[in-house]
Design a protein around this ligand. Structure first.
Ligand code: 13P
Ligand code: ZN
Length: 270
C-alpha cells in the first residue's frame, strides 16, 4: 500500500483547507469540505473493505451507497489539518443501508464527519445527477459574503445582480447566478435538503448570516467560484457606503455575455 498522506487527493485537500484558513474564512471549526474519491484510487492506499467503525446518519443516502468521500471532521479546525490530517479528516464509505457511514480512515480521536454531512451528501447526490464529473462540496464562512448577507436584499435576483455589477469576472464565473437561503438552523437535514434543492440550478448557495456552499468538479472549481463571489462581495462592502456610481450596467453585462458566449440567467437582467 502507498502512503495515503502522499496521495494527490490528500495533499490537495490539506493545501486547500490550509489556504481557506489563511484567508480568514474558517475561524475555529468553521467550514467543512467533502471530496468524492474514486474507489480504484483509494484502493492504492487503503483496504476499502476494512471498516474501522460505523457512524449512523440521519438521512437517506441510498442513491450513493458504496461511494467514498474524504470529509472534514466535526469540530475540527482547518488551521490544524496540515499538522495531523488523520485526526482532522476521515474517509467514509456509504454503507449498504444508505443510513450509515463506514469509516475507512481518519477521525483518530473517535471523531465524526462534519455536522453538515446532510448538506454535503444531499448536495453530492443532486450534483452527480446533473454532472457525473462532479466531485467537491465546499462550505466556508467568507467574511464579506456574510457581511453582504447582513445588509443586502436576500432576493436571489437582487443578490446576484449586485455581485455581477461589482466586477467583470462575476457573470463570467457564475453566469447561472447565486442561490440564497434565509437564515436557518445549521447542521440539520432541513438546511441540507434546502441547499441541495438550490444547487440543482446553481453551483453556489449563500447561507445568510452564516456562509456559502460551492460545488465543482474539483477543488479549484469550488474554491474559484466562492473566491469570486467573495471578491465581489468585498467590492460591494468597500463601496456601498460611499455610494456606488459606476457599477456594470445591464446592457454592458449583455455585451459581455455575447462576446464570452455566456449562458447566463436571463431573468436576472432587465
Ligand atoms: P462542523 O465543525 O461540524 O463541520 O461545523 C462547522 C460549520 O461551519 C457549521 O456550519
Ligand atoms: Zn458553517
Amino acid at each position: 500500500m502507498k502512503n495515503i498522506l502522499e496521495a494527490p487527493f490528500m495533499v490537495e485537500t490539506v493545501r486547500t483547507l490550509t489556504n481557506l484558513y489563511r484567508l480568514g474564512w474558517d475561524e475555529r471549526n468553521g467550514g467543512n469540505l467533502s471530496v468524492l474519491l474514486d474507489e480504484d484510487v483509494v484502493a492504492e492506499y487503503l483496504d476499502t473493505g476494512k471498516v474501522i467503525r460505523e457512524i449512523p446518519m440521519t438521512f437517506d443516502a441510498s442513491s450513493i451507497i458504496g461511494k467514498i468521500f474524504l470529509v472534514t471532521g466535526t469540530g475540527k479546525y482547518f488551521k490544524n489539518v496540515q499538522y495531523d490530517p488523520a485526526y482532522n479528516l476521515g474517509i467514509i464509505k456509504i454503507g449498504k443501508s444508505g443510513k450509515v457511514a463506514e469509516l475507512l480512515w481518519g477521525y483518530t480521536d473517535g471523531g465524526r464527519p462534519t455536522s453538515e454531512l446532510p448538506a454535503h451528501l444531499l448536495s453530492h447526490i443532486t450534483r452527480l445527477a446533473i454532472d457525473p464529473s462532479h466531485r467537491v462540496v465546499m462550505h466556508t464562512h467568507p467574511t464579506n459574503t456574510i457581511a453582504m448577507s447582513l445588509v443586502h436584499s436576500l432576493s436571489e435576483r437582487d443578490f446576484t445582480r449586485t455581485l455581477w455589477q461589482m466586477q467583470t469576472e462575476s457573470i463570467v464565473v457564475f453566469p447561472e447566478g447565486v442561490a440564497v437561503l434565509p437564515w436557518m438552523v445549521c447542521g440539520t437535514n432541513e438546511i441540507g435538503e434546502a441547499t441541495a434543492e438550490k444547487l440543482k440550478e446553481q453551483r453556489l448557495c449563500v447561507w445568510a448570516a452564516h456562509g456559502i456552499y460551492g460545488v465543482g468538479r474539483d477543488l479549484d472549481e469550488a474554491f474559484g467560484l466562492i473566491e469570486t463571489v467573495e471578491k465581489a462581495a468585498q467590492l460591494y462592502m468597500l463601496s456601498v457606503n460611499a455610494g456606488i456610481k459606476n457599477g456594470i450596467t445591464d446592457s454592458q453585462l449583455k455585451d459581455l455575455a455575447a462576446v464570452f458566449g455566456l449562458n447566463y440567467n436571463k431573468d436576472y437582467l432587465d
